[in-house]
Design a protein around this ligand. Sequence first.
Ligand SMILES: Nc1ncnc2c1ncn2[C@@H]1O[C@H](COP(=O)(O)OP(=O)(O)O)[C@@H](O)[C@H]1O
Ligand SMILES: [Mg+2]
Length: 378
Amino acid sequence: MPRRFLYYSNVLVRLLPEEDYPIYLEALAEALPIEVAATDATGRVIVWNEALAQAAGRRDDAVGRPLLEAMPWLTEDPNLDWAAVVDEVLAGGPARTFARHPLGPRVVRATIGPMRGQGGQVLGSVLSLEDITRGAREEERKRRRERADAVHDLGASLAHEIRNPLNALKLNLQLLQELLGDPSITKDDIHARTEKMIAESQRLERLVQHLLEVSRDGTLQLAPAHVDPLVEAVVAELEGVARASRCRVEFAPGSARELLLDPPRIERAAHNLVRNAIEAAAEGGGHVWITTRDDPHSTVIVVDDDGPGIRAEDRSNVFVLYTTGKRGGTGLGLPLAREDVRRHGGEIEALPRPGGGARFVVHLPPPGQAGDGVRVEV
Ligand SMILES: Nc1ncnc2c1ncn2[C@@H]1O[C@H](COP(=O)(O)OP(=O)(O)O)[C@@H](O)[C@H]1O
Ligand SMILES: [Mg+2]
């Protein structure tokens, strides 16, 4: 029979006297950080390296015994019939790897395959176990942490988004209560208040609807729309809030372009900007100015206020999740607004207002350059 050289035999033949191979191979097996066992053709252990001895018991107790007797925990593996796997390998079946296999309290990467002689006949099997318990646990912990973070983010954003209309609702109820104490109150006055409260309830309802959509599918629902009516609606929604802080909100509509928008999202973004502007505007009689216009490359919404403005070094921070300078603030308004606008292919910038205060500019791309949405025909 011709002598069939394997790669290592080939090299070693040139380097070493043949009778020294086993010593070198044994030294190699011993030096490996992974656990290695080998059996003869009948399945009895002939190699049991140092790493395996550390993890699974003394070599002297293992060598010469059937593999599964030397590793009783393999027999108790609820996920895999190791006896069948060993039989298959000894019958010349292919090598198999289990990339992430739970084994008792450990997680291992296990490989088992046939060991073949010069003529290709099966001489036995080689099993290697790499303990990845720590890495696997770390991965699991990371996944669990990410899930918890996502739930936390969603909880916080829900709280924020629900609080705005809820506040407005409460404010209008308080105003209504005051009105009711006034003997000169008319039905029209009451009607005007309740209309506002109905509008806020509808906003809550839309929000819940929107959240349902988001949780189902994150894509935008794009439809042809104009920004002016959306901004108009936001100004109306926030009228009560503005009045409560004696802030004058002026809106000068100036856009005629039809865009492809997901209207609730743009309205939500505008709502957050206008609310922030009202909250920042000069105390005891501040001003908020909102304008829209169609520039050649984008339709622009500008929200100005005469508050303290934002320092240059803080201007990019205000978009970072949970960054808030307010007592009871959530730091979610601007990050969510930016996310919504960017999803449309647009951008929000924070600038100083000429003459003092803050300026937020929303750029929305013309149709054809809109964001990652699904187009809805209306
Ligand atoms: N118009 C503005 N003028 C001054 N500061 C602002 C303005 N808008 C936002 N900010 C700053 O950015 C922070 C983050 O805003 P936002 O994300 O809406 O969260 P929140 O309003 O809950 O604090 C605010 O707390 C405030 O410090
Ligand atoms: Mg805010």
